[in-house]
Design a protein around this ligand. Structure first.
Ligand code: SF4
Ligand code: MG
Length: 318
């Protein structure tokens, strides 16, 4: 999929037409039930844009989204199947409504519960699934009576209320206290494994991706630059940017708490991205061809791909 945003700010201030922001270019990915896929990259690389396209919050400029092999035509049915958990648990719950309301609403909306008794029973079951117990206590709380981690669990329960097949979690723990991150990630992992959800875990933190995900997709400047099984991508990374991310990542056993720990240059502008390989201005091993020709996605193994001239047989031969 591809997403370009019109630069409406330029027009509003009478600066004439501006070129669009090319947030995401030709990103292709598959999610599988019961598997965790991590999408990794710096802030501003297009991860959240991909997430929002997958959740149909905005449509792609170009490209298709398939659910079980079929192109999506019914947005409402699709949205029920693909739910999203956002980064900020403080902004995602209406402060005037109790937990019960937040969970009852999607249950009723999607027709999963009708009578009051059914709703109560299912709200309790949802709270149980996200370990907010005793459930009778939690269902009557207001968001401000909950910690960040508890709110994020409510947001996850709300997503589950729709009975989705896939969950898109966009930096679900980066705004939480370090001490409670692992618990929330373990909950997401449990849902993927035990309830057979397809989970897309979006993060700037490759260390947590290595820890939780089966597969890793690395994004740079709106493009996918490496993709493969997590173990392989993190033990034997191909792309120079993946290597940079790994060298900047802290202790792999810890879940990192800071955005953008890299100090090897700035992410590029997406209005006029660099020519050729978008990473070339920051790449320590760039070849002459890198500034003029964009590398193609090349297979290193059946399940491991990268977009870098160093692995492109045509470049290496020439
Ligand atoms: Fe570096 Fe060239 Fe590979 Fe881009 S294509 S990552 S500039 S070596
Ligand atoms: Mg983001």
């Amino acid at each position: 999929v591809t997403k370009h945003f019109a630069a409406s700010r330029g027009r509003r201030f009478g600066l004439g037409k501006r070129p669009p922001v090319r947030a995401v270019e030709d990103v292709s990915l598959n999610l599988t039930a019961g598997r965790i896929t991590a999408m990794v990259g710096e802030s501003g690389c297009g991860k959240s844009t991909v997430a929002r396209m997958l959740a149909r919050i905005y449509p792609p400029t170009k490209g298709r989204i398939l659910l079980r092999g079929k192109e999506v035509t019914d947005s409402r049915a699709y949205r029920r199947n693909v739910q999203m958990v956002f980064q900020d648990p403080f902004a995602s719950l209406n402060p005037f409504h109790k937990v019960h309301y937040h969970l009852a609403r999607p249950l009723k909306l999607h027709g999963h519960a009708r009578t009051k008794a059914e709703v109560d029973e299912q709200v309790a079951a949802l709270l149980e699934r996200v370990s907010l117990t005793p459930v009778e206590q939690f269902m009557h709380k207001l968001p401000h009576e909950l910690s960040g981690g508890q709110r994020q669990r409510v947001a996850i329960a709300r997503a589950l209320a729709a009975q989705p097949v896939a969950l898109i979690a966009d930096e679900p723990v980066s705004m939480l206290d370090v001490s409670i991150r692992l618990g929330v990630l373990r909950l997401l992992e449990k849902l993927a494994r035990e309830e057979n959800l397809a989970l897309l875990y979006i993060t700037h933190d490759i260390a947590s991706a290595r820890y939780f995900a089966d597969d890793i997709l690395v994004m740079y400047a709106g493009q996918l630059i490496e993709q493969g099984p997590s173990q392989r991508v993190t033990d034997d990374p191909a792309h120079p940017y993946t290597k940079l991310l790994l060298s900047a990542a802290p202790d792999p056993d810890q879940v990192d708490d800071e955005e953008d720990t890299t100090d090897h240059g700035e992410p590029p502008s997406l209005i006029s991205p660099p020519s050729g390989c978008r990473f070339h201005p920051r790449c320590p091993v760039a070849l002459p061809t890198c500034s003029t020709t964009a590398p193609l996605f090349t297979a290193l193994a059946d399940d491991h791909h990268t977009a870098c001239h160093l692995y492109d047989p045509a470049t290496v031969a020439g």
